[in-house]
Design a protein around this ligand. Structure first.
Ligand code: BDR
Length: 317
């Protein structure tokens, strides 16, 4: 089984990511570490427990991580995910935060990886604050990972949060910089433009959501708001493909789960702009090796969408 830690900021696509991982018999989730991001940390914690409750998997350890970026001003994505991060449809019987682990997320991450050297895959779908703190506390942490799968950044300077910045990187540019600089394990990146280009047809989404199960019902409910937003004319201008369903975070998990999911990729040195008036938080690709850095990231370009569909279908069964 693949040993996975998910570092997330549960929003709608993070919820789908957890469900995809839970549905896969070859995945063992060692823990879920929460970070600020789509919504304030307190919501992220509640939302994560809500998803686990729907899946009857409250046995998975959930940890409290960083509540704010290293230096940047806090920002959230309430317009898309809802103020509460899950479409603003509260569950009156949501599990309480007493179910959280006592240990803090970053320490737990370091411990879990130390106990399973070379075996743990880290799937990161939030701002990278927890990961940046982890490497500061334990510089050997990244070397002990089997792989890192990030949803974040952009490859053609098209943004969704600033002119050319993607949300997870813009929400904590310094953290993204530290991670891209220090994580020398195989690092896969699902950028914003990549997820837009590899979106699924809305017709798939309709059939998928129509499944008559509690999980499908939950997904239908929490994604109403983000779906409306995603299908709005303004949003379609923002995405580079225009009109598909792209559940961004799920791509990172799908790649981590199935080694044959990525069908086209590019290996490039990457870093993050920290200063530009318009470009702060933008991922920069060093095709001409000006940065003289040895470690290249694996930028996802194309994937097997049939495999993704199957994973999504299984997740709601
Ligand atoms: C990323 O930002 C968030 O809104 C999504 O959950 C995803 O992680 C896309 O830019």
């Amino acid at each position: 089984k693949k040993k996975v830690i998910i570092d997330l900021d549960t929003g709608v696509d993070d919820a789908m990511t957890i469900m995809v991982a839970l549905a896969n018999p070859n995945v063992e989730i060692l823990g879920i570490t929460c970070c600020h991001g789509n919504t304030p940390l307190e919501n992220v914690l509640k939302n994560t427990l809500r998803v686990l409750k729907v899946c009857n998997r409250l046995d998975i350890p959930v940890y409290r991580g960083c509540s704010k970026p290293l230096l940047a001003r806090k920002q959230h994505a309430g317009d898309y995910h809802g103020k509460d991060g899950l479409g603003d449809v509260p569950d009156p019987d949501a599990p309480g935060l007493e179910l959280l682990q006592k240990e803090k997320a970053v320490l737990a991450m370091i411990k879990l990886v130390k106990e399973n050297p070379g075996e743990v895959i880290l799937v990161a779908t939030a701002p990278l604050t927890n990961l940046a703190v982890a490497v500061q506390l334990d510089p050997s942490f990244p070397k002990k990972l089997k792989g890192l799968y990030i949803m974040g950044g952009n490859m053609e300077s098209r943004g969704n949060t600033t002119v050319c910045g993607e949300f997870n990187f813009v929400a904590d540019p310094e953290a993204a910089y530290v991670v891209l600089d220090h994580y020398t394990c195989p690092t896969y990146i699902a950028t914003w433009e990549f997820t837009c280009r590899n979106s699924l047809p809305w017709s798939f989404c309709d059939t998928w959501f129509a499944e008559n199960t509690p999980k499908a019902e939950f997904m239908r409910t929490i994604s109403c708001l983000s779906r409306k937003k995603a299908q709005s004319a303004d949003y379609q201008k923002e995405t580079t493909t225009g009109n598909g369903f792209n559940s961004c975070d799920v791509y990172a998990m799908a790649a981590a789960i199935d080694d044959t999911f990525i069908t086209e990729h590019e290996e490039v040195v990457v870093t993050v702009e920290l200063e530009g008036t318009y470009t702060r938080g933008m991922m920069v690709l060093d095709y001409i090796q000006k940065l003289k850095k040895a470690h290249k990231a694996i930028i996802m370009k194309k994937v097997d969408l049939e495999k993704l569909k199957q994973m999504l279908i299984n997740a709601l069964k």
